[in-house]
Design a protein around this ligand. Structure first.
Ligand code: SAH
Ligand code: SF4
Length: 352
């Protein structure tokens, strides 16, 4: 007797082609695959609802062999200004992830996780402080967006931006992340335009090279935080593995091959990386690149006692960057009071 447990297939894990192949295997035509795809990603139907829209025999087959793995909301918390809601979503194995919904005046943005925890260990990041638990599946990444879209639909709103800036390093979970993005961008489903999707990486050089080779259409942001290997590796341990010379070469190849601007993120930490000499070093490092710098005054986390840069020093940093022709923006601080800001996502602390 075999004791192999056959798990139902999670339809959110499947590409449109894979769904079609599954249904072909069961003897159903493309037409039915199209109906299911549209129920899942246009109507955002819950699993059994989606199955009910097709003929009964196929509905029964799907009910017994498949699920559409929505993620249950374990809890949520709103920022005091009412503009940010952070969800704790449960996974099948009992773990949990955080997903953040930001309402920027009609430009709702979902901040999505790609891993439970993170292996990269950046010292100022709550996700890094919790360590790596596991990769998310494509379906678990897709389900976060579906959740947010359903919430917005109830409010009569739509989702505009997706940022892969939640828990985890997306290029450390490359295949699942790309599979999820394919589904999110699919023109017969959610049809999210690639220019509204930003992937943020700590600087995984092989991943950036793959994005370039595969001509992935999304926007790319690279977290720098230091403009020399020595400065950077104090904050971002992967800097030792992928030195700046290699990282910037990969970024240059990305912008030149794809003809696209690249974004750099810099968490401004008082007295650590926010002085004029660091701004000059950053200006020199990025000279000649079609680049934009996003400055993020440090958000507090339990495991790191640095302070955010004062507004006047932020401005001074920007002025130096401008001397090098480098445009920069200061990222609006959102949801800091409920630990929903950049780098504050973790699931080790219970949410009230
Ligand atoms: N792993 C990816 C994406 C998730 S983190 C990456 O590191 O890029 C998203 C952004 O938040 C990154 O730029 C990261 O450096 C930044 N960040 C992490 N901790 C932060 C903190 N405490 N304050 C401000 N920004 C932080
Ligand atoms: Fe991971 Fe990004 Fe946090 Fe670094 S900043 S630990 S790469 S999630």
């Amino acid at each position: 007797m075999s004791n192999v447990i056959v798990r139902p297939v999670n339809l959110y894990d499947l590409s449109r082609t894979a769904l079609r192949d599954l249904l072909h295997g069961w003897g159903y035509s493309d037409y039915y695959a199209g109906l299911i795809w549209s129920a899942l990603y246009r109507e955002l139907a819950e699993g059994t609802e989606a199955f009910a829209t097709v003929r009964p025999d196929l509905g029964d087959k799907l009910t017994s062999e498949a699920v559409a793995g929505s993620l249950p909301v374990r809890s949520y918390i709103d920022s005091a200004d009412g503009n940010t809601r952070k969800y704790l979503l449960g996974l099948e194995d009992g773990q949990a992830i955080e997903t953040v919904l930001m309402y920027f005046r009609g430009r709702a943005t979902a901040c999505v996780s790609t891993q439970v925890g993170c292996a990269m260990g950046c010292v100022f990041c709550a996700t890094g402080q919790m360590g790596f638990r596991r990769h998310l599946t494509p379906g678990e990444i897709v389900a976060q967006v579906i959740h947010v879209m359903r919430v917005l639909r109830e409010r009569g709103e739509t989702l505009r931006n997706i940022v892969l800036m939640g828990m985890g390093e997306p290029l450390h979970n490359y295949d699942a992340t790309m599979a999820a993005l394919e589904t999110l961008m699919d023109h017969r489903g959610m049809a999210i335009a690639p220019r509204f999707i930003t992937l943020s990486t700590v600087g995984v050089v092989p991943g950036i090279k793959r994005l370039t080779q595969e001509k992935r259409p999304i926007r790319l942001a690279v977290s720098l935080h230091g403009a020399t290997d020595e400065d950077r590796s104090r904050l971002v341990p992967p800097a030792r593995r992928w030195p700046l010379a290699e990282l910037i070469a990969a970024c240059r190849e990305y912008t030149e091959t794809l003809g696209r601007r690249i974004f750099f993120e810099w968490a401004l930490i008082d007295g650590e990386n926010d002085g004029p000499e660091q701004a000059h070093a950053l200006g020199r490092l990025l000279r000649g690149l079609d680049a934009h710098v996003n400055l993020i005054p440090l958000n507090p986390t339990i495991g790191f006692d640095g302070q955010p840069t004062e507004p006047a020093a932020v401005k001074a940093f920007q002025v130096v960057l401008a001397e090098y022709g480098l445009p920069s923006t200061v990222r609006q601080r959102r949801g800091i009071d409920v630990a929903a800001g950049c780098g504050q996502l973790a699931t080790m602390t219970p949410i009230p």
